[in-house]
Ligand binder design. Structure first.
Ligand code: 5GP
Ligand code: MG
Ligand code: MG
Length: 179
């Protein structure tokens, strides 16, 4: 599995440090708010769990599953809700946790959907941001790291279902998906 990685961008230690810094910001803002954390399956699962362990205040956890990528490395631009929330979010502060903002379509769709349901506030917390590829205007309120316009895997991010369990964030070798 490690042989398929072109370059490690962020080590587990760098990720840990960055998550702690973001968690401190979230704690300062939300400690008396009991926010609902909405984790976007499946890429954000590792990020979400590691963040949760750093948030020492009352919160709820829910998740959605959306699809925009099929199995490849290019966004389809169209977002579909595959699994909805089970919580009522009316009047609640919501924090969306996502693995990566690429074109921005996924988060634009989700933020609009949750706004329409009457959330008290919505903030976006993204592990990674790939700003070069943005097609719609979406800004994360908290970003772990910026990444170059390459296909990224590890720490929850997959290619064709694989590599989510790598403990670091890296660039996938092109030879893995081009032939
Ligand atoms: P967007 O809608 O912003 O274009 O894309 C969002 C989704 O596409 C992300 O949640 C992620 O699942 C997937 N995605 C975008 N870029 C990458 C990437 O470099 N690597 C992986 N594994 N998934 C990506
Ligand atoms: Mg995703
Ligand atoms: Mg994916």
């Amino acid at each position: 599995m490690n042989n398929d990685i072109e370059q490690v961008l962020y080590t587990q230690e760098q990720i840990n440090q960055r998550l702690t810094a973001i968690a401190d910001q979230l704690t300062a803002k939300y400690q008396d708010e009991c926010p609902l954390i909405v984790s976007v399956m499946t890429g954000a699962v590792v990020f979400t769990v590691d963040m949760l362990k750093r948030l020492p205040f009352k919160l709820n956890l829910d998740y959605v599953d959306v699809s925009s990528y099929a199995d490849g490395t290019q966004s389809a631009g169209q977002v579909k809700l595959v699994q909805d929330l089970s919580s009522n979010i009316k009047g609640r502060p919501v924090i969306i946790m996502e693995d990566i903002i690429d074109t921005g379509h996924t988060l634009k769709y989700l933020a609009d959907l949750l706004k329409g349901r009457g959330a008290k506030s919505i903030e976006i917390c993204a592990l990674l941001d790939k700003p070069d590829r943005r097609e719609v205007a979406v800004e994360a309120d908290y970003v772990g790291f910026e990444v170059p316009d390459e296909f990224i895997v590890g720490y929850g991010l997959d290619y064709s279902g694989l590599y989510r369990n790598l403990p670091y964030i890296g660039i996938l070798k092109r030879s893995v998906y081009e032939n």
